[in-house]
Design a protein around this ligand. Structure first.
Ligand code: LCS
Length: 393
């Protein structure tokens, strides 16, 4: 079925699903490592790209293709490449689109490993980098050099909730010959479409909202341009960071309810954020849906909803935050985010511990910052849980 002109929710359920010879309503798990050729000539033709058909699961597999094409349509892109993890997607983008002597400009407060991968690994191969506040367009303009090949933006960023103007950054980068890659994990394609805003590549940790059930780790990259897509796919194949068919099956099941989960979770998040903001023991709350968020107006232009990630700090700073995490009963104390269950964690000692304290502080990640990923539970129960935990602090 051609779903390209249909609504987002219809695409979630139907896009990319291939015809099944048995009429299976969902794409089955093609749990196979390899695919038989019709003849020696057919095998040669498949390798040469002259004939359709699968070859080997690291290169491609029907269950994985269904997910790739589904998410590519959700992002309004040309095509997608699934990876073993979100970091696999980040690695494929860097490897495929940067070379020795290339310069990268990126959001200072990106997910910690996306930054340490460049600072500690890609730097060994001569890649240069500038981590800056990409929400400041003047800073982006000043950071772009003649050898800048990529502007890598995470918006909203994890966990500082910093928002970058994707359209404006894309115009700046393209004028200087650099590609724009957006990590859209926090928003999901349900709330933000970076390719429509001018970005060249969008990537996800599908571990989060796209799968949404805290039972799979995975990544996905979508490109707008066929030539960029080809580079990404070729790199994924040689790096060997393919998704597994069973992983793809589970993510495809998750994606069918993406908008339902996101809508419910963001309703809950708005209530929780307002409740936190009014609490006398809370020092500050960062939620893109609050008028107090410094880029709330940009968020309203760039996103179609506010999502369900909240960062906040208690007046007692780090000690109080730690105490809170040990006292919540309903929220699970765990890293990751974007699932149906509410999670709470401490970035400075957990997800962003690999960054130096100075870099964290520069990116808005204070030592007392608590990250709260709001799930789809009953919101009164979530607030009661926070209330009893904060009372003990
Ligand atoms: N990009 C963002 C924005 C992320 O939050 C994560 C993981 C990744 C990429 C990497 O994806 P993965 O390889 O884990 O699928 N973020 C995590 C977090 O905040 N807590 O645990 C993982």
């Amino acid at each position: 079925m051609d779903t390209k002109k249909l609504g987002f929710e219809t695409k979630m359920v139907h896009a990319g699903i291939p015809h099944d010879p048995y009429g299976s309503a969902v794409t089955p798990v093609y749990q196979t490592s390899t695919f038989a050729f019709d003849s020696a000539q057919n095998g040669a033709d498949r390798f040469a790209g002259r004939a359709d058909g699968f070859i080997y699961t690291r290169i491609g597999n029907p269950t994985i293709r269904a997910l790739e094409q589904n998410v590519a349509e959700l992002e309004n892109g040309f095509d997608g490449v699934a990876t073993a993890s979100g970091m696999g997607a980040v690695t494929v983008c860097y490897m495929a689109l940067l070379s020795q002597g290339a310069h990268l400009v990126s959001t200072g407060s990106v997910y910690g490993p996306s930054r340490t991968l460049v600072e500690q690994q890609f730097s060994r191969f001569g890649v240069e980098y500038s981590y800056i506040d990409t929400s400041d367009l003047g800073a982006v303009r000043a950071a772009i050099r003649p050898n800048t090949k990529m502007v890598y933006v995470e918006s909203p960023s994890n966990p500082a909730m910093l928002v970058t103007d994707i359209r404006a950054v894309s115009e700046l980068a393209h004028a200087r010959g650099a590609l724009v890659v957006v990590d859209n994990t926090f928003a999901s394609p349900c709330l933000q479409k970076p390719l429509d805003l001018g970005a060249d590549v969008v990537l996800h940790s599908v571990t989060k909202f796209i799968n949404g059930h805290a039972d799979v780790v995975g990544g996905l990259i979508v490109a707008r341009d066929p030539a960029v897509y080809k580079k990404l796919r070729a790199m994924m194949i040689v790096l060997g960071v393919n998704m597994d068919p069973h992983q793809a099956f589970l993510v495809s099941r998750g994606v069918k309810t993406l908008s339902l989960r996101v809508e419910r979770a963001q309703q809950n998040a708005m209530r929780v954020a307002r409740w936190l903001e009014a609490h006398p023991k809370v020092a500050w709350v960062r939620y893109v849906g609050l008028e107090s968020h410094p880029q709330h107006e940009l968020v309203k232009r760039q996103m179609s909803g506010f999502g369900s990630m909240i960062s906040f700090e208690l007046k007692g700073g780090y000690e109080a935050g730690r105490n809170l995490m040990d006292n919540v009963k309903l929220a699970t104390l765990a890293v990751s985010l974007g699932g149906v269950e509410t999670l709470i964690e401490h970035p400075a000692s957990m997800t962003h511990a690999g960054m130096s304290q100075a870099d964290r502080l520069e990116g808005g990640i204070t030592d007392g910052l608590v990250r709260y990923s709001v799930g789809i539970e009953n919101v009164e129960d979530l607030i009661a849980d926070l209330e009893q935990a904060i009372a003990k602090v």
